[in-house]
Ligand binder design. Structure first.
Ligand code: IPD
Ligand code: CA
Length: 274
């Protein structure tokens, strides 16, 4: 058993993953069952185009309750407001529905994303597409999988042949800046995909459905599980200029593609302003 000693008592990432997979599968069922009612109970958050539904809130409550029932001393951070420090050294980072706009429109690309950190380092993560039931998971040092299939990312080595995923924030100024960057990226790649769920983008890049992915503006819950899946598939997952991935910029790509994509995004100051 690989244990992480920083937690008190030491924990096995595989055990955290088993719990995460079980809870996420049940949360995905709840999201599906809650959809019809949730469509009539939509409110907005950061901007009028940033939606939250009763299903986001119910799924977050469900996951937090299920995790704390199993591990009462753990901490939690969730997109819809769950925040609890915990005392065990383990913290769970949750996006109850990543891709809420797709959820609203019935586009089958929305996911439950759940990661477990030990002393701030993600050691286990699972992302489950609610509609298709596809599930991506990883433990630190244990590889990334979709179901039982080990993931190794794309073999593409040329940016001009790369299918690149990205996404946009909800704020108009942020989008203006993202559009400026996109206008320079689009002519030099195979094509762009805006799937609408950062967690699914990162897992798609881990699997090679996308050759690479970049986005400015991700929150910890968008990133936590998908980042580990992508990294464990062999991708480099970074910010720009030596920074870690995060709000300013996240670039996920196999090493051969990461270098030219990173260089392009640096030249465009893609992590600045807006
Ligand atoms: C959003 C999605 C989207 C990304 C945005 C996120 P939400 O999360 O991941 O793909 O472009 O940056 O905010 O609001 O659907 O949980
Ligand atoms: Ca969300």
């Amino acid at each position: 058993m690989v244990t992480v000693a920083a937690a008190d008592p030491p924990v096995d990432p595989a055990e955290l993953l088993t719990l995460a997979r079980d809870v996420v599968a049940r949360a995905a069922e709840l999201v599906t069952a809650a959809r019809a009612d949730a469509l009539g109970q939509v409110s907005t958050k950061s901007t009028p185009t940033d939606p939250v539904t009763a299903a986001d809130r119910a799924a977050e409550r469900f996951v937090v309750d299920a995790i704390l029932a199993a591990r009462p001393a753990d901490g939690v951070l969730g997109e819809e407001g769950a925040e609890r420090p915990g005392t065990s050294g383990v913290r769970w980072v949750l996006d109850p529905i990543d891709g809420t706009v797709n959820f609203l429109y019935g586009i089958p690309a929305y996911a439950v994303s759940l990661a477990a950190e030990v002393d701030g380092v993600t050691v286990a993560g699972v992302v489950r597409n609610v509609v298709t039931g596809e599930e991506w998971s990883a433990t630190r040092g244990g590889g990334a999988y979709r179901g039982e299939t080990r993931l190794r990312g794309s073999a593409c080595t040329r940016l001009d042949r790369a299918l690149v995923g990205t996404g946009f924030g909800y704020d108009a100024d942020r989008r203006r800046q993202q559009a400026r960057v996109l206008a320079e990226v689009l002519p030099v790649v195979r094509d762009i995909r805006r799937i609408g769920s950062a967690a699914l983008d990162l897992c798609g890049a881990a699997e090679g459905r996308l050759d690479a992915y970049y986005e400015r503006g991700l929150s910890p819950w968008d990133l936590a599980a998908g980042e580990l899946v992508a990294a464990e598939a062999g991708l480099l997952v970074t910010g720009l200029r030596g920074r870690p991935p995060g709000e300013a910029m996240t670039v996920a790509a196999p090493p051969a593609l990461h270098a030219p994509l990173h260089e392009l995004l640096v030249a465009l100051d893609a992590d600045e302003a807006g």
